[in-house]
Write a protein that binds this ligand. Structure first.
Ligand code: COI
Length: 358
C-alpha cells in the first residue's frame, strides 16, 4: 500500500436528497468525493476525501485537449440486512490498472484503489439506496491535469472517485427489451485502438451513432468490427451475448472489446449451470441465418449499469428481426435474478464477488 491513511474533510452543507423512486441514472451525486494526485516526480500522494464540488483545473490541462482520460464503473448495494456490499471490487481495480498503460496514464495499485473506494463509500454510506433496482454507482476516474500543450503523456494526473445513487439504467426499468440498430457505417473501436480500455474517448466515439439510432426509435446500436463491419463486437456500452440453439455465445476478447465484469459473471454462471458456452466470433450473417431458421433464442447486453439488457429487436435499414417475440428470454431473466440476488446478499456469494463495507 502506498497511500497511507486517507483524511476526511466533511461537508458543512449536505446536498439535497432525491427520493429513491426518482433517482434515474447518474444525475444525483453524494456529499463527498475522493481525490489522489500523481506527479512524475512524487508518484501517488495526497489521497483525501473532501466535499463534492468542482475540480479546479488549468484550461491547458491535457485531458481537455488530447483526451487522456479513462474511468471505471462499479456498484455498491444495500442488502435487506442493511449491509453495504461492493460487487467485484478487485476486478474493477485490476481492470483500471491493466488499461491505464494504453493511455500512458499511471495506474493506482489495485489494493490502493480498493482501499480508496472503501474510504469514500464508508464516508457516504448513508447515501447507498436500498430500493429494488437501486444501487450506489461508483465512478473512479483518471485524468491528465498537467498544463502543457505539447503532445506527450502528462506528468501530472488526478485520480478521483464520485458516487451516484442510481435506479434502473433505462427509463423503462430493468429488463425492458430494447430495440437495437445494426450500425454498419460508424465504428466504436478499431484493431490496435482503445476499445479494450474504458477510455473516455470510446464513449465520445459512440455518441453520434447512438443519437442517430435514437432519432430512428432505437435505444442503441450494435457495434461491428471496425474493418469489414461483419462480425459483432458490442451493443451500446455493453458486451453482447446471443443464444443460438442451446449455445450461449459472446465474441472473444480482443483489443477492440472491453473485458466486461458482468460479461465474466455471465460466462462463469453459464458454465456452472452446465450450459454450452462459447467465446467465438459471431458474424451478423450467422445471426440473420439463425433468426430465419428459428434458432436465435435470445440476444442480450451485459454491463454494470443495466446488468442484463434483453434485445427485443435487431434492425437494419432494410430488415428487422424480432427476438423471442420482443419479450425477456428465460436465460436473460435467470442471469439477472441470480446476479442481482448475489449483489444484494440474498443468494450465497460462492465466487467471492462481494466486499462488505464496514
Ligand atoms: C455499463 O456499465 O454498462 C457502462 O459501461 C455504461 C456506463 C458508461 C454508464
Amino acid at each position: 500500500m502506498t497511500l497511507g491513511p486517507i483524511p476526511v474533510t466533511r461537508t458543512t452543507s449536505p446536498r439535497p436528497r432525491t427520493p429513491e423512486s426518482e433517482l434515474g441514472f447518474g444525475k444525483v451525486f453524494t456529499d463527498h468525493m475522493l481525490t489522489v494526485e500523481w506527479t512524475a516526480k512524487t508518484g501517488w500522494h495526497d489521497a483525501k476525501v473532501v466535499p463534492y464540488g468542482p475540480l479546479a483545473m488549468d484550461p491547458a490541462a491535457s485531458v481537455l485537449h488530447y483526451g487522456q482520460a479513462m474511468f471505471e464503473g462499479m456498484k455498491a448495494f444495500r442488502g435487506a440486512d442493511g449491509k453495504i456490499r461492493l460487487f467485484r471490487l478487485m476486478r474493477h481495480c485490476q481492470r483500471m490498472a491493466a488499461g491505464a498503460p494504453r493511455l500512458c496514464l499511471p495506474a493506482l495499485p489495485p489494493e490502493d484503489m480498493a482501499a480508496a473506494i472503501q474510504a469514500i463509500v464508508r464516508t457516504d454510506a448513508d447515501w447507498v439506496p436500498g430500493a429494488p433496482e437501486s444501487s450506489l454507482y461508483i465512478r473512479p476516474t483518471l485524468i491528465a491535469t498537467e498544463a502543457f500543450l505539447g503532445v506527450r503523456p502528462a506528468e501530472r494526473v488526478l485520480f478521483y472517485v464520485i458516487l451516484s445513487p442510481v435506479g434502473a439504467y433505462y427509463g423503462g426499468g430493468a429488463l425492458t427489451p430494447v430495440k437495437i440498430f445494426i450500425e454498419r457505417q460508424l465504428t466504436r473501436a478499431a484493431p490496435g485502438g482503445l476499445g479494450a480500455v474504458k477510455a473516455a474517448a470510446n464513449y465520445a466515439a459512440s455518441l453520434q451513432a447512438a443519437v442517430r439510432a435514437k432519432q430512428d426509435g432505437y435505444a442503441q446500436v450494435l457495434w461491428l468490427d471496425g474493418v469489414k463491419h461483419e462480425t459483432i463486437e458490442e451493443v451500446g456500452t455493453m458486451n453482447l451475448f446471443v443464444v443460438i440453439g442451446d449455445e450461449l455465445v459472446t465474441p472473444p476478447l480482443s483489443d477492440s472489446i472491453l473485458s466486461g465484469v458482468t460479461r465474466d459473471c455471465v460466462l462463469t454462471l453459464g458454465r456452472e449451470w452446465g450450459l454450452k458456452v462459447s467465446e467465438r466470433p459471431i458474424a451478423v450473417a450467422e445471426v440473420v441465418a439463425a433468426h430465419k431458421a428459428g434458432t436465435l433464442k435470445e440476444v442480450f447486453g451485459s454491463g454494470t449499469a443495466a446488468v442484463i439488457s434483453p434485445v427485443g429487436e435487431l434492425a437494419t435499414e432494410a430488415d428487422r428481426m424480432v427476438i423471442n417475440d420482443g419479450k425477456v428470454g428465460a436465460l436473460s431473466l435467470r442471469l439477472y435474478e441470480e446476479i442481482t440476488a448475489i449483489q444484494r446478499g440474498t443468494r450465497p456469494d460462492t465466487h467471492g464477488w462481494l466486499t462488505v463495507v464496514d
